[in-house]
Design a protein around this ligand. Structure first.
Ligand code: SAM
Length: 296
């Protein structure tokens, strides 16, 4: 293990938070939500693949997916880069099991290795990584800068790292429409909770990359346009997302807001899966950085 990881200490609160983040018993529906998210963002992800291909200085053969979740990022990359193999890393055994099941259905099992590992302890040792991928995972880490610095020793000189991060969870219901005000309030509560639990979410990732030895070559917003949102999957994505938000907020949500959010997901007349005014409003940040061609 690297020295800077040996020096890394946690306080009790951090350890508690850290355990919660890894305990997917407390994250019902996360796997479904991640799969739906990938369906919603298919076009945008394809554009990211093209950006990577444009920046790659050699064929992409070895991919390292950090915080791979259900594997949607890995699958997309393997489909785009047919000569590549991937190592999918996640702390959650449940996620990796889900990933391997899907890989089998997609005919990708032979090209994927999984590794259950806590990235807060160390980035698994994989030789000559051409492309590292970290989608919605860095903000879960206790010290993302330490992980990014260590990752720079895993990626080959000239290799790439693609980071996708969100600064806020997507919104679905128009402000004036039934349930819109309750959705706005749950997001306010969530933002306050996140400032404590996930303080690096929405931080300056370009700065973090630069100070940990990466050279940022692409840094752009990915906006989900409402026009692109008209699809039945949006309703399912909205329902999964709002259910998780409501459940995550527990007692902090007032009874009225809880009831209003319930009405968005209970199968009744204002359920988001039955409405035609539901659009995803959200933005992600894409950064593609290169490891220096000099040895680090
Ligand atoms: C929001 S999900 C994103 C999953 C996937 N990259 C995607 O975009 O769909 C975050 C993932 O990071 C994993 N994760 C969180 N903290 C981690 C850690 N310290 N080490 C390894 N994986 C971690 C979680 O188990 C979860 O699967």
């Amino acid at each position: 293990m690297d020295q800077h990881r040996d020096d890394h200490t946690h306080d009790d609160q951090h350890d508690h938070q850290h355990d919660d983040q890894h305990d997917h018993q407390h994250s019902p529906g996360l796997a479904d939500l991640l799969d739906l998210d990938a369906e919603v963002f298919t076009e945008q992800t394809a554009a990211v693949h093209r950006d990577i291909e444009r920046l790659a200085d050699a064929p992409v053969r070895t991919i390292l997916d950090l915080g791979a979740g259900t594997g949607v990022g890995t699958f997309g990359l393997l489909q785009h880069f047919p000569d590549a193999r991937a190592v999918a890393v996640d702390a959650s055994a449940d996620m990796l099991e889900h990933l391997l099941g899907r890989a089998g259905h997609l005919g990708l099992s032979g090209r994927i290795t999984t590794e259950q590992a806590d990235l807060d302890q160390a980035v698994p040792s994989v030789d000559a990584v051409d492309l590292a991928w970290a989608s919605a995972s860095l903000h879960h880490l206790a010290d993302p800068d330490a992980t990014l610095a260590q990752l720079a020793t895993r990626v080959r000189p000239g290799g790439l790292l693609a980071v996708l991060e969100m600064s806020a969870f997507p919104r679905f219901v128009p402000d004036e429409a039934p349930g819109g005000a309750a959705e706005a309030r749950v997001h306010e509560l969530m933002a306050a909770a996140r400032a404590i639990d996930l303080p690096t979410m929405g931080s300056d990732w370009a700065r973090r990359l630069t100070r940990t030895g990466w050279s940022v070559e692409e840094d752009r917003a990915i906006v989900l346009e409402p026009a692109a949102s008209v699809s039945p999957v949006i309703g399912r994505y909205a329902a999964a997302s709002l259910t998780r938000l409501r459940d995550a907020m527990g007692d902090r949500l007032g009874a009225d807001d809880r009831a209003a959010l319930g009405a968005l997901v209970d199968g009744g007349p204002t359920d988001v899966r039955r409405r035609d005014d539901i659009h995803v409003r959200g933005e992600r940040r894409l950064l593609i950085a290169r490891r220096s061609r000099e040895d680090v």
